[in-house]
Design a binder for this molecule. Sequence first.
Ligand code: GYE
Length: 370
Amino acid sequence: MTVKTRVSQLIAAVSMLMLLTACAVSGTEGQVSSDPATETEEAVASDDKLIEVGFSQLGAESDWRSAHTESMKSQLTEDKGFRLLFEDAQQKQANQIMAIRTFIQQEVDYIVLAPVTETGWETVLSEAKEAGIPVILVDRMVDVEDDSLFTCWVGSDFKMEGMKATEWLYQYTRSAGIAPEELHIVNIQGTIGSSAQIGRSQGLREACENKGWDLMQEISGEFTQTRGREVMSSMLKLYSNLNVVYCENDNEALGAIEAIEAAGKKPGMDIRNGEIMVLSFDGMNPEALQYCAEGKIACIAECNPDHGKRIATLIHSLENGEQVEKYSYISEEIYSGSRDVTQLVLKGRSYPVTFLDSSEEGKVDFVTGD
Ligand code: GYE
């Protein structure tokens, strides 16, 4: 920065400060001359205009979840017209049910629910419906017969994410001349019964059946790094031929990599030479992205946690009495540090593989394909 720019920035800053002081002073003068009773009424009135949203977040198990919470908190703010009541359920459905009941008692305007698992929601959602409070689902789904128990849902197509990861594996191994029967896979699943686990596991199972891959075991790593490490370390002891690990999120993948390295093996794409290929989901954690760029994680099917804006827009539309989409899917990419597979075609749609370039030290570049 030149000295000249610094000086002009300083002048700008000082003028801004003078302007703000002037405003503050006139504000104070205004208050002194006004009637305090009217003022309180005004404050209450403007406070009343805020849309009260009770958000039951399922927990804080992963980097994805922290980003998701952040996205929601950054959009459901007072200056955007909301008052947010936030509850973290610490992975327990009972806590979510309790939070929803409290929101009902507090007569919030909307309830937003990120459900930990899919089943068991009928009763509490019926209570919200009876109270006339719209429920918006975010991230994961609920399994209810009556879909009028929720107004709408925003999230990802988890089975499609699984299909992307497995199609990438199929294309990659085919181009490397690796036969289907050479693949011996274990699946470190997410929280059992959650939509993300159900969809991603389904994607893998179908691919294993269709391609003739050997799916040796599926076991939950609960979407955490610690469990991912523990599960992988026991899998390595059980299966000496294990050469692909499908981790249902990046935190599990980081744990699995620790276990692979602790067992004296190498995570990588060269499975013919004893490396263990790691597939993963999310693409939020910087370390996981770096590993992907280096090939330690072969491919990551992105899961986009940025739901806050969509939720805020949906609520504003509902406030205006507009009809909203029942299901909104977030768009997502697929990442790899290998250029061997450049695009995937699934259900008649083509998905370019975004290449992660780590040639500049400590920095991952996203090179979008065509
Ligand atoms: O992939 C995982 C998190 O439901 C999409 O939950 C979410 C999943 C996400 O713990 O990291």
